[in-house]
Design a protein around this ligand. Structure first.
Ligand SMILES: Cc1ncc(COP(=O)(O)O)c(C=O)c1O
Length: 385
């Protein structure tokens, strides 16, 4: 039977995933320092309010608008501010779905999008499944992360349609600076490219420099088409509710939204209950975000404390987001190192190469990990690094 060439050749898990499956199959306890699902991290969810919002009779009315219900879009526009209007927004079932729609909107099969790396590993497949190629352009670290704007410009070809940036980035935590924003938008404008900005982590600034771009929406009149992506997964720590969105700005915003509405109309994938609940969910979001923020700060503090007796180890600055990058002497490959740590200490960390970090000297830790688990895990792995 023929299967699309857009799919992977096989579905075998990588060595670390296979080793983890083995640990689980044997019923062995392990410490997960990679957890990114906030609903499994011991936060206190206001269950009664959430359930009341989700069980409102309004959620039983089916009156689909391809852009998403106006009430939900108004609440999201108010959450963002910066002059954003309900009419500038499209709702989706997730940020991943938003990427799929935007890649369908912007590219033809064989076209490409440029992605500064390291970054969120899903882009490769999200682009590929729409027939596009995601081409990595390495960013560089010099005291802090920097986009290689010259490298991005050199990589633009006749098939390039867009640049995709994440701010703050996953897993580097890098916030775009205002200078980088200006350079990026000018580059996109001069080459006829769209700019996709994933700001799912924008509310989680930690060691953020003063010159950071707080949000792309601060630019009311960008010179290129800008598509900002976000969603409840991170804004309200509610990934299970499946609500994301795209804000559209810049030249051609009207026709872009019209075409996105056509695309979304083929699926109508956002459920009525979550749209009806959106205003309440966003009103509850600051309380949830604060719990997450306190966890991130506590774990960063614990990490610095644990690093003190190990001067050969270090961490990179965490401008924002939910991850920290640990640097270690690259005496073995980073995937081999993660396997070794899992076997010897029953502690799971991610190798930097999973996110395209160069070389073998980085491990990725989730700062969302419950604090006691995080401290215990660091105590187990540091003597082996
Ligand atoms: C950069 C980035 N964008 C999007 C998402 C996922 O968002 P959603 O659950 O809305 O698909 C993640 C999840 O980790 C992420 O790291």
């Amino acid at each position: 039977m023929h299967l699309s060439s857009r799919l992977p050749q096989g579905f075998e898990p990588n060595a670390l995933t296979a080793a983890l499956a083995q640990v689980k199959a044997e019923g062995r306890e392990f410490l997960d320092l990679t957890v990114s699902n906030p609903s499994r991290c011991g936060f206190t969810y206001p269950e009664a309010e959430l359930c009341a919002a989700l069980s409102s009779p309004a959620g039983l009315a089916y009156d689909p608008d391809p852009l998403g219900s106006r009430t939900a879009r108004e609440a999201i526009a108010a959450h963002h501010g910066h002059g954003l209007r309900a009419d500038d927004l499209l709702l989706t079932a997730s940020t991943s779905e938003a990427y799929g729609l935007l890649f369908k909107l912007l590219g033809d099969p064989g076209d490409e999008v440029l992605v500064p790396s390291p970054s969120y590993p899903l882009f490769h497949w999200l682009a590929r499944l729409e027939g596009l190629n995601a081409r990595s352009v390495p960013s560089y670290f010099h005291d802090r992360w920097h986009l290689d704007l010259g490298g991005l410009e050199a990589a633009v070809s006749t098939q390039t349609r867009a640049i995709v940036v994440v701010s703050p980035n996953n897993p580097t935590g890098h916030f775009l600076s205002r200078t980088e924003w200006q350079g990026l938008t000018e580059l996109c404008a001069s080459h006829g490219l769209a700019l996709l900005v994933d700001e799912v982590f924008a509310d989680y600034a930690l060691e953020a420099p003063a010159d950071r771009l707080e949000t792309a929406l601060a630019d009311l009149d960008p010179p290129c088409p800008v598509f900002l992506l976000s969603g409840l997964s991170k804004v309200a720590a509610l990934p299970m509710l499946k609500l994301g969105w795209v804000a559209v700005r810049g030249p051609g915003a009207g026709p872009h939204l019209e075409a996105l509405a056509f695309l979304a109309d083929q699926y109508l994938s956002v459920s009525a209950p979550v749209q009806a609940a959106a205003p309440t969910l966003l009103a509850l979001a600051p309380g949830l975000r604060e719990q997450v923020r306190l966890r991130l700060v506590a774990n960063l503090f614990a990490l610095d404390d644990a690093l003190l007796p190990h001067p050969h180890l270090a961490r990179l600055p965490v401008e924002g987001g939910w991850s920290a990058l640990l640097r270690r002497p690259a005496l073995d490959g980073d995937e081999a190192c993660a396997l070794r740590l899992l076997e010897a200490t029953s502690t799971l960390v991610h190798p930097g190469s999973f996110f395209d970090l160069p070389g073998d000297g980085h491990l990725v830790l989730s700062l969302l990990t419950p604090e006691a688990v995080f401290r215990e895990g660091l105590g187990r792995i540091f003597p082996l690094l």
